[in-house]
Design a protein around this ligand. Structure first.
Ligand SMILES: *Cc1c(COP(=O)(O)O)cnc(C)c1O
Length: 438
């Protein structure tokens, strides 16, 4: 018998004090946005060549500031990272029937951006240490139709880029990096995003920094940058001016960021380093504590990598205590105050379900009702069966427990409370198991 009764079994919780709410907008953001409001120039983009084809002063300044700070040759802002991903897919030249290898363990847009250009997402399995695409598994999926690899640096840890670049070079494939969760993350002392051809970041409200909604494409390739600028802003109107030879995929949309968002982005971007180092401090404490608990594995940080900790994703092995993940997660969460918004959830089980479980892939219905784009290759039968990516499925169903409680407003004392909650639940694990809670 443990002396302390678990909260889920009616005992006192470890903590009653609510966690501080994340505050994402301050006086500097308000001043920057007000300045744009007072100028009256909320967006200066113009959909044909000329002074404003590339946007107004705030947009240009934000892009330049990011490029200089992180050492990318070109930055192209967009109105979301979903449209940024679509732009990147178009820019690298994906066409109907092309296959693009991607991870199933990511946010849905990493794969739907491929579908929008008629490309076929081919899911390869992940490594169980970093939850990112496994280069060996990518190579098994390559065919004569493969055009590109869509990498996501999930939760903020870089994928194995050396391994992935090696595969890409061998087979002449383009690489797109979905860095939505990893601004400020590093791989071998270089910032992720344009370690290969093209990539970028999300500025939606939930990400490290935000502009309400927004995205930023980064690349060191002049030709790709121009194609992105065209796709972002009615590229069909600028073909002659830019003297473009290959005019495929440059019909554009309106994916333009407003001056308001860019002004806010310029302010917010100064926070990235501080946020990443704060999150690392919190993570490092929690990982140290977790190291002493059987059944829990702290997130890996590979040599030379800087993790940006979008969330803190640990692994749980239910065979150690014979207690399922759902129950232990509920027991730990019961030791702390009820979440007030999603960022204050204590523990989340799994992550987005493997993307190919969605009806989109199961029924192969994406654009129209006739099976496009899978019907572009009539001799190939595309299937997305259960078990296609066993590691991703296992992480989702059984092992991953992540905590969003790794935010700017969270202190080391808060994180220590989480560690104590886990410790307490482990000390009461026999009672928890024997209580046979539903
Ligand atoms: C948030 C996110 C996106 C989409 O970004 P938006 O700016 O919301 O469009 C894409 N991929 C990943 C991995 C994300 O986390």
């Amino acid at each position: 018998m443990s002396i302390i009764k678990l909260a889920i079994l009616g005992g006192d919780p470890i903590r009653k004090k609510p966690f501080a709410l994340r505050k994402t907008v301050g006086a500097k953001e308000i001043a920057a946005v007000n300045e744009v409001m007072e100028s009256g120039n909320i967006s200066l983009f113009f959909g044909s060549p000329g002074d404003f084809f590339l946007g107004g002063p705030a947009v240009k300044k934000f892009e330049k500031k990011w490029a200089q700070k992180y050492g990318f040759k070109h930055c192209i802002s967009t109105n979301s990272w979903t449209t940024g991903l679509m732009t990147a897919v178009g820019a690298v030249g994906v066409e109907p029937g092309d296959e693009v290898i991607c991870t199933p363990y990511t946010m849905s847009a990493s794969a739907t951006s491929i579908l929008f250009y008629g490309g076929i997402p081919i899911f390869a399995d992940i490594e169980d240490e970093t939850f990112n695409l496994d280069p060996a598994k990518i190579e098994e999926k390559i065919t004569a139709r493969t055009k590109a690899i869509m990498v996501a640096h999930i939760f903020g840890h870089s994928a194995d880029m050396d391994g992935i670049i090696k595969v890409a070079q061998k087979h002449n494939l383009k690489i797109i990096e979905d860095g939505a969760q990893s601004p400020g993350a590093k791989y071998k002392d270089r910032y992720v995003g344009a370690l290969a051809d093209i990539g970028g970041f999300s500025f939606n409200y939930h990400k490290h920094i935000h502009t309400g909604e927004g995205g930023l494409i980064v690349t060191n390739d002049d030709a790709l940058a121009l194609r992105c600028q065209m796709i972002r802003n009615h590229g069909e109107n600028a073909i002659e001016e830019f003297n473009l030879k290959d005019i495929s995929n440059v019909i554009g949309a309106n994916y333009r960021m407003t001056e308001l968002q860019a002004a806010m982005g310029q302010v917010q971007m100064d926070n990235v380093e501080g946020y990443v180092s704060h999150r690392n401090e919190l993570a490092s404490h929690l990982s140290k504590r977790l190291g002493a608990f059987k059944g829990f594995t702290a997130p890996a940080i590979k040599p030379g990598c800087v993790h940006s900790f979008y969330v803190y994703a640990m692994k749980y092995d239910e065979s150690v205590y014979g207690v399922p993940r759902d129950l232990i997660a509920r027991a730990i969460s019961a030791e702390m105050p009820t979440p007030e918004n999603w960022e204050q959830e204590i523990l989340v089980q799994g992550y987005s379900k493997p993307l190919y479980w969605s009806p989109v892939y199961q029924q192969k219905i994406a654009l129209g009702k006739k099976g496009f784009p899978w019907n572009q290759n009539p001799t190939v039968k595309y299937e997305y069966p259960r078990g296609l990516c066993p590691t991703a499925e296992r992480m989702h169903l059984k092992e991953v427990l992540y905590s969003p409680l790794i935010r700017e407003a969270i202190t080391l004392e808060d994180i220590e409370d989480l560690a104590r909650a886990i410790e307490k639940v482990i000390s009461g694990i026999v009672e928890l198991r024997d209580a046979k809670l539903k």
